[in-house]
Unconditional design. Structure first.
Ligand SMILES: Nc1ncnc2c1ncn2[C@@H]1O[C@H](COP(=O)(O)OP(=O)(O)OP(=O)(O)O)[C@@H](O)[C@H]1O
Ligand SMILES: [Mg+2]
Length: 229
Protein backbone atom coordinates (compact mmCIF):
# COMPACT_ATOMS: atom_id res chain seq x y z
CA UNK A 1 0.00 0.00 0.00
CA UNK A 2 1.18 3.54 -0.63
CA UNK A 3 1.35 6.06 2.16
CA UNK A 4 -1.83 7.91 3.07
CA UNK A 5 -2.37 11.62 3.51
CA UNK A 6 -2.49 12.57 7.14
CA UNK A 7 -5.80 13.90 8.39
CA UNK A 8 -6.42 15.44 11.73
CA UNK A 9 -9.99 15.14 12.94
CA UNK A 10 -11.47 17.70 15.27
CA UNK A 11 -15.01 17.82 16.61
CA UNK A 12 -15.94 20.79 18.75
CA UNK A 13 -19.14 21.19 20.76
CA UNK A 14 -21.06 18.92 18.39
CA UNK A 15 -24.78 18.58 19.16
CA UNK A 16 -27.26 16.21 17.53
CA UNK A 17 -30.85 15.65 18.60
CA UNK A 18 -33.65 13.56 17.10
CA UNK A 19 -37.34 14.31 17.42
CA UNK A 20 -39.37 11.24 18.18
CA UNK A 21 -43.13 11.44 18.63
CA UNK A 22 -42.81 15.11 19.55
CA UNK A 23 -40.09 14.47 22.12
CA UNK A 24 -36.63 15.86 21.45
CA UNK A 25 -33.82 13.46 22.35
CA UNK A 26 -30.32 14.87 22.64
CA UNK A 27 -27.95 12.13 21.39
CA UNK A 28 -24.70 14.11 21.17
CA UNK A 29 -24.40 17.00 23.58
CA UNK A 30 -21.48 19.42 23.17
CA UNK A 31 -19.23 16.54 22.19
CA UNK A 32 -15.51 17.16 21.61
CA UNK A 33 -13.04 14.80 19.92
CA UNK A 34 -9.56 15.21 18.51
CA UNK A 35 -7.80 12.47 16.53
CA UNK A 36 -4.41 12.94 14.89
CA UNK A 37 -3.13 11.21 11.75
CA UNK A 38 -1.63 7.87 12.71
CA UNK A 39 -3.98 7.36 15.64
CA UNK A 40 -6.49 4.53 16.20
CA UNK A 41 -9.33 5.51 18.53
CA UNK A 42 -12.07 3.21 19.77
CA UNK A 43 -15.46 4.22 21.12
CA UNK A 44 -17.57 2.03 23.33
CA UNK A 45 -20.89 2.78 24.93
CA UNK A 46 -24.27 1.20 25.52
CA UNK A 47 -26.58 0.42 22.62
CA UNK A 48 -28.36 3.63 21.68
CA UNK A 49 -25.68 5.89 23.19
CA UNK A 50 -24.97 7.48 19.79
CA UNK A 51 -21.87 5.70 18.42
CA UNK A 52 -23.28 5.23 14.89
CA UNK A 53 -24.70 8.76 14.97
CA UNK A 54 -21.23 10.09 15.79
CA UNK A 55 -19.56 8.08 12.99
CA UNK A 56 -22.24 9.18 10.50
CA UNK A 57 -21.55 12.82 11.38
CA UNK A 58 -17.78 12.29 11.10
CA UNK A 59 -18.32 10.67 7.69
CA UNK A 60 -20.56 13.47 6.42
CA UNK A 61 -23.50 11.09 6.03
CA UNK A 62 -25.48 12.86 8.71
CA UNK A 63 -25.31 16.50 9.68
CA UNK A 64 -24.66 17.86 13.16
CA UNK A 65 -27.18 20.40 14.47
CA UNK A 66 -24.38 22.64 15.69
CA UNK A 67 -20.65 22.63 16.43
CA UNK A 68 -17.62 22.11 14.25
CA UNK A 69 -16.65 18.96 12.33
CA UNK A 70 -13.19 19.49 10.89
CA UNK A 71 -11.37 16.83 8.86
CA UNK A 72 -8.02 17.98 7.57
CA UNK A 73 -8.64 21.53 6.39
CA UNK A 74 -12.38 21.05 5.76
CA UNK A 75 -15.25 21.93 8.09
CA UNK A 76 -17.91 19.42 6.98
CA UNK A 77 -20.67 21.55 8.43
CA UNK A 78 -19.90 24.25 5.86
CA UNK A 79 -20.11 21.88 2.88
CA UNK A 80 -23.22 21.24 0.80
CA UNK A 81 -24.55 17.74 0.08
CA UNK A 82 -22.61 17.31 -3.19
CA UNK A 83 -19.35 18.60 -1.73
CA UNK A 84 -19.71 16.29 1.26
CA UNK A 85 -20.30 13.31 -1.04
CA UNK A 86 -17.20 14.10 -3.13
CA UNK A 87 -15.12 14.66 0.02
CA UNK A 88 -16.31 11.33 1.42
CA UNK A 89 -15.45 9.40 -1.77
CA UNK A 90 -11.87 10.60 -1.77
CA UNK A 91 -10.94 10.84 1.87
CA UNK A 92 -13.14 8.53 3.93
CA UNK A 93 -13.61 4.78 4.15
CA UNK A 94 -16.73 3.65 6.00
CA UNK A 95 -17.41 0.21 7.44
CA UNK A 96 -21.13 0.35 8.15
CA UNK A 97 -22.69 -1.54 11.05
CA UNK A 98 -25.00 -3.30 8.59
CA UNK A 99 -22.41 -3.49 5.75
CA UNK A 100 -24.44 -1.69 3.01
CA UNK A 101 -22.93 -3.64 0.13
CA UNK A 102 -24.53 -2.90 -3.24
CA UNK A 103 -26.84 -5.92 -3.75
CA UNK A 104 -26.81 -5.81 -7.55
CA UNK A 105 -23.00 -5.91 -7.78
CA UNK A 106 -20.73 -8.90 -7.21
CA UNK A 107 -18.06 -8.91 -4.52
CA UNK A 108 -15.35 -7.85 -7.01
CA UNK A 109 -17.61 -5.13 -8.45
CA UNK A 110 -18.38 -3.82 -4.96
CA UNK A 111 -14.63 -3.55 -4.37
CA UNK A 112 -13.92 -1.79 -7.67
CA UNK A 113 -16.61 0.81 -6.96
CA UNK A 114 -14.68 3.02 -4.49
CA UNK A 115 -11.71 3.02 -6.86
CA UNK A 116 -13.94 4.04 -9.78
CA UNK A 117 -15.74 6.71 -7.76
CA UNK A 118 -12.52 8.47 -6.85
CA UNK A 119 -11.05 7.76 -10.29
CA UNK A 120 -8.16 5.80 -8.89
CA UNK A 121 -6.27 3.52 -11.21
CA UNK A 122 -8.03 0.14 -11.18
CA UNK A 123 -6.02 -2.94 -10.79
CA UNK A 124 -7.81 -6.28 -10.77
CA UNK A 125 -4.70 -7.89 -9.27
CA UNK A 126 -5.04 -5.58 -6.29
CA UNK A 127 -8.68 -6.61 -5.77
CA UNK A 128 -7.59 -10.25 -5.99
CA UNK A 129 -4.79 -9.78 -3.44
CA UNK A 130 -7.21 -8.20 -0.98
CA UNK A 131 -9.68 -11.05 -1.49
CA UNK A 132 -6.94 -13.62 -0.91
CA UNK A 133 -5.78 -11.91 2.24
CA UNK A 134 -9.27 -12.23 3.71
CA UNK A 135 -9.88 -15.76 2.37
CA UNK A 136 -12.54 -14.55 -0.06
CA UNK A 137 -10.87 -15.45 -3.36
CA UNK A 138 -13.61 -17.93 -4.32
CA UNK A 139 -16.38 -15.39 -3.54
CA UNK A 140 -15.26 -12.79 -6.08
CA UNK A 141 -18.22 -13.36 -8.45
CA UNK A 142 -20.84 -13.87 -5.74
CA UNK A 143 -23.60 -11.39 -4.95
CA UNK A 144 -23.90 -10.09 -1.36
CA UNK A 145 -27.19 -11.93 -0.64
CA UNK A 146 -25.47 -15.33 -0.81
CA UNK A 147 -22.62 -14.35 1.52
CA UNK A 148 -22.57 -15.12 5.22
CA UNK A 149 -22.62 -12.19 7.69
CA UNK A 150 -18.88 -12.58 8.31
CA UNK A 151 -18.11 -12.71 4.57
CA UNK A 152 -20.14 -9.55 3.97
CA UNK A 153 -18.31 -7.87 6.83
CA UNK A 154 -14.90 -8.73 5.35
CA UNK A 155 -15.94 -7.35 1.95
CA UNK A 156 -17.19 -4.18 3.67
CA UNK A 157 -13.83 -3.76 5.39
CA UNK A 158 -11.84 -4.19 2.18
CA UNK A 159 -14.19 -1.72 0.47
CA UNK A 160 -13.45 0.87 3.18
CA UNK A 161 -9.67 0.55 2.83
CA UNK A 162 -9.03 -0.21 -0.85
CA UNK A 163 -8.93 3.42 -2.04
CA UNK A 164 -6.54 4.33 0.80
CA UNK A 165 -8.60 7.02 2.51
CA UNK A 166 -7.07 9.26 5.15
CA UNK A 167 -9.88 8.50 7.63
CA UNK A 168 -11.52 5.12 8.22
CA UNK A 169 -14.71 4.97 10.24
CA UNK A 170 -15.53 1.46 11.36
CA UNK A 171 -18.87 0.67 13.00
CA UNK A 172 -18.63 -2.70 14.79
CA UNK A 173 -16.11 -4.05 12.25
CA UNK A 174 -15.53 -7.33 14.12
CA UNK A 175 -19.11 -7.96 15.27
CA UNK A 176 -19.78 -10.96 13.00
CA UNK A 177 -16.31 -12.44 12.80
CA UNK A 178 -14.58 -15.31 14.53
CA UNK A 179 -11.53 -14.46 16.65
CA UNK A 180 -8.92 -15.11 13.97
CA UNK A 181 -10.62 -13.07 11.20
CA UNK A 182 -11.47 -10.38 13.78
CA UNK A 183 -7.75 -10.23 14.61
CA UNK A 184 -6.91 -9.89 10.91
CA UNK A 185 -9.34 -6.96 10.58
CA UNK A 186 -7.80 -5.19 13.57
CA UNK A 187 -4.36 -5.78 12.06
CA UNK A 188 -5.51 -4.18 8.80
CA UNK A 189 -6.79 -1.14 10.71
CA UNK A 190 -3.42 -0.95 12.48
CA UNK A 191 -1.60 -1.02 9.12
CA UNK A 192 -3.59 1.90 7.71
CA UNK A 193 -2.94 3.83 10.93
CA UNK A 194 0.80 3.12 10.66
CA UNK A 195 0.65 4.68 7.19
CA UNK A 196 -0.73 7.91 8.63
CA UNK A 197 -4.52 7.47 8.45
CA UNK A 198 -6.89 8.04 11.36
CA UNK A 199 -9.20 5.23 12.43
CA UNK A 200 -12.28 5.74 14.59
CA UNK A 201 -13.96 2.47 15.52
CA UNK A 202 -17.22 1.95 17.38
CA UNK A 203 -17.35 -1.40 19.12
CA UNK A 204 -19.01 -3.35 21.91
CA UNK A 205 -15.97 -5.61 22.14
CA UNK A 206 -13.49 -4.96 24.91
CA UNK A 207 -10.92 -7.04 23.07
CA UNK A 208 -11.28 -4.98 19.89
CA UNK A 209 -11.07 -1.74 21.91
CA UNK A 210 -7.79 -2.92 23.41
CA UNK A 211 -6.30 -3.06 19.90
CA UNK A 212 -6.72 0.73 19.61
CA UNK A 213 -4.35 3.48 20.82
CA UNK A 214 -7.00 5.33 22.83
CA UNK A 215 -10.20 3.96 24.31
CA UNK A 216 -13.14 6.31 24.78
CA UNK A 217 -16.59 5.84 26.28
CA UNK A 218 -19.68 7.60 24.88
CA UNK A 219 -22.00 8.45 27.73
CA UNK A 220 -24.74 11.07 28.06
CA UNK A 221 -23.78 12.56 24.69
CA UNK A 222 -20.09 13.11 25.52
CA UNK A 223 -16.83 11.19 25.24
CA UNK A 224 -14.71 10.22 28.24
CA UNK A 225 -11.37 8.40 28.49
CA UNK A 226 -12.18 4.75 29.20
CA UNK A 227 -9.72 4.71 32.09
CA UNK A 228 -12.00 7.07 34.06
CA UNK A 229 -14.60 4.26 34.49
N1 LIG B 1 -32.67 8.77 12.03
C1 LIG B 1 -33.03 8.71 13.30
N2 LIG B 1 -34.21 9.20 13.72
C2 LIG B 1 -34.58 9.16 15.02
N3 LIG B 1 -33.81 8.67 16.00
C3 LIG B 1 -32.61 8.18 15.64
C4 LIG B 1 -32.15 8.17 14.28
N4 LIG B 1 -30.91 7.61 14.26
C5 LIG B 1 -30.61 7.29 15.53
N5 LIG B 1 -31.62 7.64 16.36
C6 LIG B 1 -31.65 7.47 17.81
O1 LIG B 1 -30.44 7.97 18.35
C7 LIG B 1 -29.97 7.14 19.40
C8 LIG B 1 -28.55 6.71 19.11
O2 LIG B 1 -28.56 5.77 18.04
P1 LIG B 1 -27.22 5.13 17.46
O3 LIG B 1 -27.61 4.26 16.34
O4 LIG B 1 -26.24 6.22 17.19
O5 LIG B 1 -26.72 4.27 18.74
P2 LIG B 1 -25.49 3.25 18.87
O6 LIG B 1 -24.67 3.70 20.04
O7 LIG B 1 -24.80 3.14 17.56
O8 LIG B 1 -26.22 1.89 19.24
P3 LIG B 1 -25.81 0.35 18.88
O9 LIG B 1 -24.72 -0.01 19.84
O10 LIG B 1 -27.08 -0.39 19.15
O11 LIG B 1 -25.40 0.30 17.46
C9 LIG B 1 -30.95 5.98 19.51
O12 LIG B 1 -31.83 6.23 20.57
C10 LIG B 1 -31.68 6.00 18.18
O13 LIG B 1 -33.01 5.57 18.32
MG1 LIG C 1 -24.57 1.60 16.20
Amino acid sequence: MNSLDQANVSLERVCKAYDEAGIRRMVLNQLDLQVVGGEFVSIRGPSGSGKSTLLNILGGIDRADSGRVQIGDRNLIGLGETERTLFRRHHIGFVFQFFNLVPTLTVAENLRLPLELCKKHQNDDEVRLWLERFSLEDRSGAYPDVLSGGEQQRVAIIRAAIHRPSLILADEPTGNLDASVGGEVLQLLREVVDQGACVVMATHSEKAAHASDRRLLLKDGQLYPQSVF
